[in-house]
Write a protein of this length. Structure first.
Length: 255
């Protein structure tokens, strides 16, 4: 039997790890680090830094190449095929690293429960008969990091907030019935497709890191600056992770 600990590591800052995450990393028999290729080398470098920072004993670290998702064709079919490929890599990596069973720690960006596929992939493996038990260690989400960086509440007073993706915002526009909107997994500038009047944006990239970037203001005024800055940062670092909160003015000043 293999116990797989899916450990949320926040947004890449070792200070964002919880004590539970530190204990789980140190309690593992092996640590698994996904390698997304040279273009995103900074992501695995951050995971290596986290391990070097928090490990109090020698734990073997196994790096494995992450399959790439096919960006063409039907999105749902491409994601399903991608998850299948990742599951096969996980299975082979775990079998090689822990042939007699044991405890593996997989470091997951942000939190495993929020717009991350690790729990679904683990469920896929168990559904195929793998002798696997899963434990989740929650991590600081990019949503929490964004609101903390801007020193703002996430939701209006006693009110709701919707969390969605850049793909959905681009395809369907502003969701009906929502006034506060968090947008994640935006490949770039879905907010620019909206009619900007009456919308305020709080944007952040590389949250919690030394090169954290923030912008805030009326969408009409700030959108061009965000797009230009985002492109420059991606060119500089080779990758970018960003997130933003949108608020539509309703005349209700409570927040």
């Amino acid at each position: 039997m293999i116990q797989l600990d899916l450990i949320g590591i926040g947004t890449g800052n070792p200070d964002h790890l919880t004590l539970a995450a530190v204990r789980a990393i140190n309690g593992a028999d092996v640590i698994l680090l996904p390698d997304k290729g040279a273009d995103k080398a900074g992501l695995i470098d951050l995971r290596r830094t986290i391990c070097a920072t928090v490990l109090a004993r020698a734990v073997p670290i196994v790096e494995f190449a992450m399959p790439l998702r096919d960006g063409a064709g039907d999105y749902a079919a491409a994601v399903d095929a991608w998850h299948h490929a990742i599951a096969r890599v996980w299975q082979a990596t775990l079998a090689q690293a822990l042939p007699q069973g044991g405890r593996a720690a997989l470091l997951v960006w942000g939190d495993p429960a929020l717009y991350d596929s690790s729990l679904r992939i683990a469920a896929r493996l168990m559904g195929q008969g793998a002798a696997l038990a899963v434990q989740v260690v929650p991590g600081i989400t990019s949503i929490a990091a964004l609101t903390a960086a801007h020193a703002i509440p996430l939701n209006p007073l006693a009110g709701p907030v919707m969390i969605t993706t850049g793909r959905l915002l681009r395809a369907h526009g502003w969701p009906a019935g929502a006034d506060h909107l968090v947008v994640m997994l935006d490949a770039g500038g879905a907010f620019a497709t909206l009619e900007p009047a009456g919308i305020t944006i709080w944007w952040g990239a590389y949250l919690g890191m030394a090169h954290q970037a923030l912008e805030h203001g009326p969408l009409a005024a700030v959108a061009p600056r965000i797009l230009a800055r985002r492109a420059a940062l991606r060119a500089q670092h080779g990758w970018i992770m960003d997130i933003y909160l949108l608020k539509k003015e309703t005349g209700d000043a409570s927040w």
